[in-house]
Write a protein that binds this ligand. Structure first.
Ligand code: SF4
Length: 123
């Protein structure tokens, strides 16, 4: 599984990010049961997000996989990017998390709306 998309897909899709507030995590592991390639439990018994990065050769064939675990407790500054094919599962895991501590966000989303676009659309 790769965090990278084909260019055409990337243009059409806004990626989701996910993070966990470890202060609220109960350590029950439900998120790992739901999406083991996005969530993991570390030695402290608490859940963390991770990304799987696939390395490829010049021909595009996978040559290896490395995990990056976002192990900064309570850190929402670094979002793990959710693979497109796992977005529904990650959202489901967040919705049933007993600690209510899984947060799904759109990285770098701007809270400001473009009013000219809204007016044009409404016309
Ligand atoms: S489901 Fe929620 S409370 Fe349970 S281990 Fe995962 S993040 Fe922690």
């Amino acid at each position: 599984m790769s965090r990278f998309l084909e260019p055409a897909d990337e243009a059409l899709h806004t990626r989701l990010g996910v993070w966990i507030d470890q202060d609220l995590c109960t350590g029950d592991g439900l998120c790992v049961d739901h999406v083991p390639s996005v969530f993991t439990i570390l030695e402290d018994g608490i859940a963390y997000c991770k990304e799987e990065i696939v390395f490829r050769n010049a021909a595009g064939a996978p040559t290896g996989v490395r995990e990056k675990v976002f192990n900064d407790p309570g850190g929402g500054a670094e979002l793990a990017i959710v693979p497109v094919e796992l977005e529904a599962e990650v959202i489901q895991a967040a919705s049933v998390c007993p600690g209510e501590c899984i947060f799904v966000e759109i990285p770098n989303a701007s809270p400001q709306l473009d009013e000219s676009t809204i007016e044009e659309s409404a016309a």
